[in-house]
Write a protein of this length. Structure first.
Length: 359
């Protein structure tokens, strides 16, 4: 038996309870978690913005140590440190064939499988494939990647979502070039990763926007040159900071219609707005035809940072080892499993950066 955070139904509170894990079967790996980040996507699963089969164990950003492996697993072995990859690519679908593995049609296929049971025999699914809100988990072998050399295991948890997403949003989706101005909406875990990545890309002016003034210190430490409290005049203020033109790039990390629209309005003619935040179907964003023509801007979505983890993790690890990317500075709270509901409340209230469950 291991302790885990179980979502029994959409809208229900998380229950910290004992679950029973099987030994890994063929092509599976059992992992003892070292740490798991509390991501906004986990909150979106609890409130129904995103849907997965329930009851389920949530948590998708994690790292730990391999306990045992099933038949046929050769790329990791017992004792290895691994990062969880919640969206593994199949390599065979239409999107993988195009080289767009972050859009893999089968990436979340494992989320519907029964992987464990509660003490009373109730079947459990792994919320986003990996069920990281638990002391141990059993996952498909393609959901684990070796932790790069020189990365502490607890810090490595952030690589599995916030860092890959933020790094990729800058380098792959928005393709920020040296000297460009960048505005980042939302200074949570992903937003902090975006700010650091924009600095690494050599961006000139980097403007962070958030509803909470308490985020300014975090934002500036991550690379922001300017900080603004979100308001109805945000776009106008950004134009003032950028010579009257608007930012070259806007990256939205909130997933709300008002911030997506603000990101669009904040970019210059010909600029690029990238939406990383995951919003609900009720978040409708409108544009009129004339502005689309006149401004010539590009608006694009971003899934998992448009990343290929096997390609991008070694590059990111080198930035960490060189001191250009600081993983530890993104963590504003270290908690146990029991602290996850409070971390969700802080997220809703716009407080802090990344909360990290440390086992």
């Amino acid at each position: 038996m291991v302790r885990a955070a179980v979502l029994s139904a959409v809208g229900a509170p998380l229950a910290i309870t004992d679950i029973e894990l099987p030994e890994p079967g063929p092509g599976q790996v059992r992992i003892r978690l070292a740490a798991a980040g509390v991501c906004h996507s986990d909150l979106s699963l609890t409130n129904g913005t995103m849907r997965v089969p329930v009851p389920a164990v949530l948590g998708h950003e994690g790292a730990g140590t391999v306990v045992s492996v099933g038949e046929g697993v050769t790329h990791v072995a017992a004792g290895d440190g691994v990062v969880l990859n919640w969206a593994p690519s199949c390599g065979n679908c239409h999107y993988c064939g195009l080289g767009e593995v972050w859009l893999c049609a089968s990436a979340l296929a494992g989320a519907g499988n029964v992987y464990a049971r509660t003490a009373d025999g109730t079947d459990l699914r792994p919320g986003l494939n990996v069920a990281a809100f638990a002391e141990e988990t059993v996952v498909a072998a393609n959901c684990v990647l070796p932790v790069p050399d020189g990365i502490p295991l607890t810090d490595a948890a952030l690589l599995g979502c916030a860092i890959l997403t933020g790094y990729g949003a800058v380098h792959h989706s928005a393709r920020v070039r040296a000297g460009e101005s960048v505005v980042v909406f939302g200074v949570g875990g992903v937003g902090l990763a975006v700010l650091q990545s924009a600095r690494i890309a050599g961006a000139g002016r980097i403007v962070a926007v958030d509803v909470s003034a308490s985020k300014e210190e975090l934002a500036r430490a991550a690379g922001a040159t300017d900080f603004l409290i979100a308001s109805d005049t945000t776009a106008k203020e950004i134009r003032k900071l950028t010579g009257g033109h608007g930012a070259d790039v806007a990256i939205e990390c909130v997933g709300r219609a008002v911030t997506i629209r603000a990101a669009w309005d904040s970019t210059r003619r010909g600029g690029r707005a990238t939406v990383v935040g995951i919003g609900g179907k009720d978040q409708q964003v409108t544009f009129h035809a004339l502005e689309l023509f006149h401004f010539g801007r590009t608006l694009s979505g971003c899934v998992y940072g448009d990343c290929t983890p096997e390609r991008d993790l070694p590059v990111i690890a080198e930035h960490v080892r060189a001191g250009r990317l600081d993983l530890g500075s993104m963590v504003t709270e270290r908690i146990g499993l029991d602290g996850i509901p409070a971390a969700f409340d802080n997220m809703i209230a716009g407080k802090g950066g990344r909360a990290l469950v440390v086992f």
